[in-house]
Design a protein around this ligand. Structure first.
Ligand code: SF4
Length: 290
């Protein structure tokens, strides 16, 4: 399908940060609260006429919905603003994180006419902020890190099949896989290329990661983050200079920085391995910016 100029421009625009998602979520919460209050106000005389208990139960259910969603949203907002882990319960499913994304996308794209991919980028920024707040408090272990990549990162003319077995990559350096393959099976790190959500879910179940570094486009990344929640996921958005799903780009620096931070014990080994691989394949070695 031919892409419009607007779509191309939006893809190349600056990535949206946390603010749009949080603001729309609060707007949605206010709308929901008003809706429930009006419904209860109109229905309560009849409900209490039927039975006082029914009136109190319905009122209690409405109040609980608002307290759970509003409380969860408040903790998410404060964590994003302060960088302190104020989430509760720790490492458990927070219902707000499951409910919010579809609600915000619906309100943002259908009512406010905002670009859905940009809203997804904003959700990824929120999830990343929550990830760092929890990481600072050592809420999760880097014992088994799963690096999950999309298929479109592979050079489109590459003849090697790398889904499930990234080891088939010949490290020619025409795409980032030539460097990332050296991370695979290094002391608890595994690297997989997934062709879609089903494969990604299977990889997550089989590799039982304690932490995921996911690289994808806004749609796959935001959906994947909700799917595996509450597993900790840090997301890196691909850049798409050739349009969607075709020879996509990844800032390898960010992957190296992530590993350096969480697994400094093997970082140097990987850098050395990359230098050796590059020499053997007569290509430039990837080097991180200090
Ligand atoms: S680096 Fe690996 S996956 Fe990428 S084009 Fe070369 S052989 Fe194919």
């Amino acid at each position: 399908m031919k892409r419009t100029n607007r779509e191309n421009r939006l893809d190349n625009d600056e990535v949206w940060g946390k603010t749009p998602f949080i603001l729309i979520a609060w707007l949605g919460f206010v709308v929901l609260a008003m809706f429930l209050i009006i419904i209860f106000y109109l229905a309560s005389p009849r409900l209490f006429q039927i039975s006082e208990i029914i009136g109190y139960i319905i009122g209690g259910i409405f109040a609980s919905i608002l307290i759970v969603i509003g409380g969860g949203l408040l903790l998410i907002t404060l964590t994003c603003i302060t960088g302190l882990d104020l989430l509760y319960p720790h490492g458990k499913t927070q219902i707000t994180m499951r409910i919010l994304p579809p609600f915000v996308y619906l309100l943002g794209s259908s009512v406010l006419k905002l670009n859905k991919d940009k809203l997804r980028e904003s959700f990824v920024a929120v999830t990343n902020a929550l990830f760092w707040a929890q990481a600072k408090k050592n809420r999760f272990s880097p014992e088994r890190i799963l690096i999950l990549l999309p298929h479109c990162i592979q050079w489109h003319k590459c003849p090697w099949k790398i889904t499930w077995s990234i080891e088939n990559c010949q490290k020619c350096g025409k795409c980032p896989l030539g460097t990332l393959v050296d991370f695979h099976k290094k002391d608890g790190i595994s690297v997989y290329v997934a062709t879609g959500g089903t494969v990604a879910r299977r990889v997550v179940i089989e590799s039982r990661p304690t932490m995921i570094l996911a690289i994808a486009c806004p749609r796959d990344l935001s959906e994947g983050m909700v799917d595996v929640y509450p597993l900790p996921v840090y997301g890196i958005l691909l850049s798409r200079p050739n349009g969607p799903c075709f020879d996509t780009h990844l800032e390898l620096d960010r992957v190296f920085d992530f590993i350096k931070l969480f697994r400094p014990d093997i970082y140097e080994k990987i850098v050395l391995q990359e230098q050796k691989t590059a020499k053997a394949h007569d290509r430039e070695a990837f080097s991180t910016q200090e």
